[in-house]
Design a protein around this ligand. Structure first.
Ligand code: PXP
Length: 391
């Protein structure tokens, strides 16, 4: 096994260890050491302070230590055994907060630093070496992030609620959202989304039941966390659910869920869904408090609300909202959450969000349905798909 990660922290680390391993493997490969073995140990400050004192005669914790296998009597060991990089997650968390980066990013930077030490770089030998090492670190981080996001495919999940709204306007059987969902799938959509509202203003129970039988890609049931709808979800078993706040008077979902304000309740709902084998996504504003809370309550996905970005009327406001989405998606991705996004996306503003490299799926309804009236549903779906990175 080329990369071995051990965590000896008191509480489980708030980073995705699988992703850290993948990054470490990618770094080894970028450094020309794909076959080498590396061990990563994650500690809290007290244990780090002990090692720092024992091996470097220094008081207090440090952020990273690297012990090369070939040093201190290990010269006879195979060169592929690189050694250990030891990282204090307490120190890394403080540094992440002061540098305004995610914990995962800080840990990645410390890992690169430690790895370069194992490969013979030493910033303490001379200012020239320190500069060379800093440049190599920066370059490796860029290479790593570029590689990681290269060719990430983004899926399109289509919300067919509007078809049901049109049907309900006449109170007859047409148009049928079930049929529309089939057309979307045939045109290449990778998922279908419906919102079963408490007031049943558009999607009906019959629609969800039939869609469960007919959708071949992935059925995502959007819903408020009410007992009645939870019961329906557990019975019908969509491929996933997305929890949204629901207000009777709103025209469409207005804001994100306040996950931080109802952690206990959401934790219980998520646990019930997981017991029923249903992954849960939480629809949240691009806000780091809500992302950490979503991670804490055990969500599998977050769906980042893109509404404010889509509604922004000036270039400046749009850029500001976009950067909030980019940061939030990055934060969630690095925490190990899977990241979707949606609301208000159209043929002009989607490409930028889809290009972030951290977002797995976009949930789009209104723009596609509006265009379908003019060009047909099949064409409207294909035009949206053409805007997405396709792997
Ligand atoms: N995501 C969520 C959680 C939503 O509530 C909606 C609207 O139903 C969408 C995405 C799709 O938004 P739009 O219809 O503006 O594309």
């Amino acid at each position: 096994m080329p990369v071995l990660i051990t965590s000896q922290t008191v509480t489980p680390p708030l980073i995705n260890l699988k992703q850290l391993r993948q990054r470490a493997e990618m770094l080894l490969s970028l450094c020309g050491h794909a076959q080498s073995e590396l061990s990563i140990l994650l500690l809290d400050d007290p244990d780090m302070a002990q090692l720092n004192e024992q091996y470097r005669n220094k008081k207090g914790p440090t952020n990273v230590l690297a012990f090369a296998m070939q040093e201190g009597g290990g010269e006879h060991l195979p060169a592929e055994l690189l050694g250990d990089v030891i990282i204090s997650l307490d120190t890394a968390s403080r540094e992440a907060a002061s540098d305004r980066v995610t914990l995962h990013q800080r840990v990645t930077i410390l890992l690169i630093h430690g790895l370069l030490h194992l490969l013979g770089y030493d910033h303490e030998r001379s200012p020239g070496e320190a500069q060379g090492m800093a440049e190599r670190e920066k370059h490796l981080l860029n290479q790593l992030l570029t590689e990681e996001r290269r060719g990430k495919m983004v899926s399109l999940a289509i919300n067919v609620d509007h078809i049901a709204t049109l049907r309900q306007a006449r109170g007859i059987a047409e148009p049928d959202p079930v049929l529309a969902a089939g057309i979307c799938e045939l045109a290449g959509a990778q998922g279908i989304v419906v919102h079963l509202r408490e007031d049943r203003r558009h999607i009906q129970d019959r629609d969800v039941r039939l869609l469960r039988q007919t959708v071949k890609t992935k059925l995502n049931l959007e819903m408020g966390a009410t007992e009645e709808i939870i019961g329906i979800a557990l019975e019908i078993k969509p491929d996933m659910i997305t929890l949204v706040p629901e207000k009777r008077k709103e025209l469409t979902t207005e804001g994100g869920l306040n996950v931080a304000g109802q952690k206990k309740k959401l934790q219980e709902v998520i646990a019930r869904m997981h017991k029923g084998g249903i992954p849960v996504s939480l629809f949240i504003d691009p806000d780091s408090r809500q992302i950490s809370a979503s991670h804490e309550v055990g969500a599998t996905f977050v769906e980042i609300h893109t509404g404010r970005y889509c509604d922004a009327v000036t270039e400046q406001a749009r850029d500001k909202e976009f950067s909030l989405i980019a940061t939030a998606a990055e934060e969630a991705y690095e925490m190990g959450l899977r990241v979707n996004a949606g609301h208000g996306l159209n043929y002009l503003n989607t490409r930028r969000v889809a290009g972030l490299g951290t977002i797995e799926e976009l949930s789009i309804g209104h723009a596609i349905m509006a265009r379908s009236i003019l060009v047909g549903l099949d064409q409207a779906v294909r035009e949206m798909l053409a805007l997405l990175p396709a792997g």
